[in-house]
Design a protein around this ligand. Sequence first.
Ligand SMILES: [Zn+2]
Length: 119
Amino acid sequence: MHEMSLVQELLRIIDDVAERERLRDISRVTVAVGEGRQVVDELFRFAFDNAKAAGAARDAVLELEFVPIVAVCNACGGRFRVEEHRYSCPSCGAGETEVVEGEDIVITELEGERKNDDH
Ligand SMILES: [Zn+2]
């Protein structure tokens, strides 16, 4: 399952952000997952819960927000949602389209306590 490698990458980023922002006890992680990444909700959560123990997100609850795939047509400029792998333009039928949303996995929110041990 590719969810495990995605989660490990995600946890690395969370650790970096926690370090930089001096966050501890991260309680919630919100992640926007592009539907184009073919992530399975339960597998992603399972991988997260298994891998989080070592890092800053060890007690965090994971929130997933799925982002639909959106493409723009190179011929007519139309913007449309890609469903069931139909990437051709529904307006003019052109096959030359470009995906502009729904291909990324992005941390949108990190909730935690800020360390204040530097005084
Ligand atoms: Zn078109």
